[in-house]
Ligand binder design. Structure first.
Ligand code: FDA
Length: 306
């Protein structure tokens, strides 16, 4: 099933046809409130009513020309304005490749710095997503450059990669904001843990390292980007043992995934934030979400049928 879904994700023929079908569009709504930023912001407002913060990310294909990055940056400037106007507890989360990192790193820095500066004026915050391992070093370098001049920027680190423990030590002196995730990309054995248990153990160890740094006075913002509630509770126990409470870190989950747990965690004192994706280029992203958890195909079929 997983292989079929990933094949479907990569098929240009299906990409041109499936998104036009009304029942496919209906099924996708479980993971995406709509194609435009306004729909995402409305969903963020609903989350706010439940005590859940938001993060906004626009889905997009890889850029083919560096000048397309300026339009992406302009788009996010508008989203930052809208978040401030609506007084939402919202932040933006951007894939560095969408700002042209693999085409022109210095122009990417200019775009990202423009966003961070604007966000700073609005009391906003900009996260950099982490993409596949070829982009780890350029993304960290971009983050270091940005963090040196703006306090309101964060970066994602992946527990699946062997290098992450070292990357964390490298960033700690900057007083970073870090979203720790397991890692969404298939990476080779030479550089990445392959088994679920190894990745989970590294996630817990990295989270403990961050909590230890916070206890030692490092001004670090810690976010756990995972739906793994067992792991979140393990980190919470660790925080308690360090004399920190659960407001010392936040939990970030995806819109439409484990919403009951999001509500339960928020109601029991965790700081929870929901990553809301939107955009027209949702087909491949949606198929990958289904592939991540083929049981979701049942939800999709149910949505299609009824
Ligand atoms: P895991 O896959 O072990 O799942 C834990 C539990 O949650 C399981 O019970 C599972 O069934 C359930 N679950 C997980 N996904 C589900 C789904 N789609 N639908 C229903 N249930 C689901 N990765 C990356 O490489 N770079 C990045 O920048 C980011 N950014 C990011 C931000 C945020 C807010 C989140 C939540 C995740 C990311 N990720 C990411 C993705 C991350 O690396 C990882 O691939 C997914 O979160 C899935 O792994 P979990 O940690 O949720 O655990």
């Amino acid at each position: 099933m997983r292989r079929v879904l990933l094949w479907m994700a990569g098929s240009p023929w299906l990409r041109d046809r499936l998104p036009r079908l009304w029942f496919v569009r209906r099924a996708v709504r479980r993971f995406m409130p709509g194609e435009d930023a306004a729909a995402a912001l409305n969903a963020g407002q609903q989350a706010q009513a439940l005590g859940i913060g938001s993060l906004y990310t626009r889905l997009g294909e890889h850029l083919t020309r560096p000048d397309e990055a300026a339009a992406v940056a302009d788009h996010y400037l508008g989203v930052l304005e809208a978040i401030a106007e609506r007084k939402l507890p919202g932040e933006v989360s951007i894939k560095p490749s969408q700002l042209g990192l693999d085409l022109d790193p210095s122009a990417t820095f200019e775009h990202a710095a423009r966003l961070a500066a604007h966000a700073e004026k609005l009391d906003g915050f900009v996260w950099l997503d982490m993409e596949s391992s070829e982009s780890t070093e350029p993304t960290l370098a971009l983050y270091e450059q940005l963090r040196a001049i703006h306090p309101n920027v964060g970066v994602c680190l992946q527990a699946a990669l062997h290098r992450t423990a070292g990357d964390l030590q490298r960033l700690l002196p900057m007083g970073p904001a870090i979203r720790l995730v397991k890692g969404a990309y298939a990476e080779p054995r030479a550089i990445a843990y392959q088994g679920r248990h190894e990745i989970d153990a590294n996630f817990a160890a990295l989270a403990a390292e961050m909590l230890g740094a916070a206890r030692g006075g490092t001004p670090i913002r810690i976010a756990l980007g995972t739906h793994d509630v067992g792991l979140i509770e393990q980190v919470d126990t660790h925080a308690g043992a360090f004399g920190l409470d659960r407001t010392g870190f936040e939990v970030q989950m995806l819109y439409g995934v484990r919403i009951d747990e999001q509500r339960r965690l928020a109601a029991s004192g965790y700081r929870v934030r929901q990553l809301i994706s939107y955009g027209e280029s949702w087909y491949a992203w949606y198929m990958r979400r289904l592939a991540e958890r083929p049981a979701n195909v049942l939800f999709a079929l149910r949505a299609i049928l009824g």
